[in-house]
Design a protein around this ligand. Structure first.
Ligand SMILES: [Zn+2]
Length: 409
């Protein structure tokens, strides 16, 4: 049997919602260039009740590559998602998890038994079979536009919806669901003619040298919204963009699901940009903490993100790295502001004790964590800051350390 994973990256081994792991094949072929094929995209999509074109398109958007869903042919060809370029299975799983956190896991009760409802009027909404709530996705993604243009096929009668949802079945009538391949095709009707014609043309041209190209292929990618050529966004910009996209009410901290989404986005960025664990922490802090605001807001910025940091720095080792990463953002002006604030690098460093105190009070760091960092040689922090800064940081925190020690006695 093929390997299974929990929907939405949930770690609970008894979680009810599972799907097959992605079966990924890298193809280094001559004529089409390098590409990656997700061989079981349809099976996976079926398990989470979405048309296979949605995650396929999502891969394309998230990885900034062309992506298409290849349908089964009469000759028994395969259905699969075809992505330009080589992408590891680990990375694709991360992207898939992000998709599930956005569109499959219920934002209200975290249940995985949901259906997507897509309409021009209401956009994309998630209907939950467990709690009955209809929610907007957690964050805005351009995939929603694509979904509205390509709504799921109408639900077929007699289709199993899930035990809890039975009573609200009439309400669920309009929801698109699993369906077979046929209905997925049906949902595509607006563009069908065009693509048929296209593939016919292709057939004539390529039938001899390229047997695979005769399959009924559907280009799903960026034709409609050509992206203006632009410089590659930095990981920090991408992360900030993602944070911005989370639908969080003003002044409210992230909820549990958003934190999972944040961490999985960090994982994804770390994979895409080959970031080490410490660099991933640096990135997360530089995205979450705004050092261009008044410095006295720093301690409260940190305590407000308590639950995020607990997740990002779960153990002693990670916490020591975490403190060094804090030093880094205190002495490094935010990207883009390098010139404006010919930042007196040491000045924010004087806020370190207050930040450590805030983290101590919100129980992100224990006194042992802080004292362990104080007692560690400054050279351990030099991956993040210069030795000079590390020495200075320990100097300014001395009083705090003494206070913590006295508390202990
Ligand atoms: Zn729910």
């Amino acid at each position: 049997m093929s390997k299974e994973v929990n929907v939405g990256g949930v770690s609970d081994p008894h979680y009810r919602y599972r799907r097959p792991a992605l079966r990924v094949k890298e193809e280094l072929r001559g004529t089409n260039g390098q590409r990656t094929v997700v061989e079981n995209i349809e099976e996976v999509s079926k398990a989470i009740h979405v048309p296979a074109i949605y995650p396929t398109q999502f891969f394309g958007y998230e990885l900034s590559v062309s992506a298409r869903f290849q349908e089964k042919t009469k000759e028994g060809g395969r259905t699969c998602a075809v992505l330009a370029g080589i992408h590891s299975a680990a990375l694709l799983e991360k992207v898939m998890t992000k998709f599930e956190l956005l569109y499959v896991v219920c934002p209200n009760c975290k249940d995985g038994g949901t259906r997507l409802s897509v309409s021009k009027k209401n956009g994309v909404r998630i209907k939950c079979g467990a709690c009955g709530k209809i929610s907007n996705p957690r964050s805005v993604n351009k995939l929603e536009k694509f979904m509205v243009k390509n709504p799921p096929p109408k639900q077929q009668s007699g289709l199993e919806i899930g035990a809890n949802a039975a009573q609200s079945k009439s309400e669920l009538g309009a929801i698109g669901s699993v369906g077979g391949l046929e209905s997925v095709l049906g949902g595509q009707s607006p563009s069908k003619k065009e693509s048929k014609a296209k593939s016919k043309a292709k057939k004539k041209k390529e039938v001899k040298e390229e047997p695979e190209a005769v399959e009924d292929q559907k280009e799903l990618d960026h034709k409609e919204e050509p992206e203006e050529p632009q410089r590659q966004a930095t990981p920090r910009e991408k992360f900030l963009e993602f944070i911005k996209s989370l639908r969080t009410e003003e002044g409210k901290s992230f909820d549990e699901l958003q934190i999972v989404a944040l961490c999985s986005e960090l994982d994804r960025l770390a994979l895409v940009h080959s970031l080490s664990k410490p660099d991933r922490l640096k990135l997360s802090l530089s995205g979450l903490i705004d050092t261009s605001l008044a410095p006295k807001t720093l301690p409260s910025q940190f305590s407000a993100l308590r639950s995020v940091f607990l997740k990002l720095a779960p153990d002693r080792h990670a916490k020591l790295t975490f403190i060094a990463a804090i030093l880094h953002i205190l002495v490094t002006p935010p990207e883009g502001l390098e010139d404006q604030k010919s930042n007196k690098p040491q000045s924010l460093l004087s806020y370190l004790p207050m930040i450590l105190m805030a983290l101590y009070e919100s129980e992100v760091l224990s006194e042992d964590d802080i004292l362990a960092w104080m007692g560690s040689p400054p050279d351990l922090d030099t991956w993040a800051v210069s030795r000079e800064v590390a020495v200075k940081a320990k100097k300014v925190s001395k009083e705090l350390a003494e206070w913590l020690e006295a508390e202990d006695e």
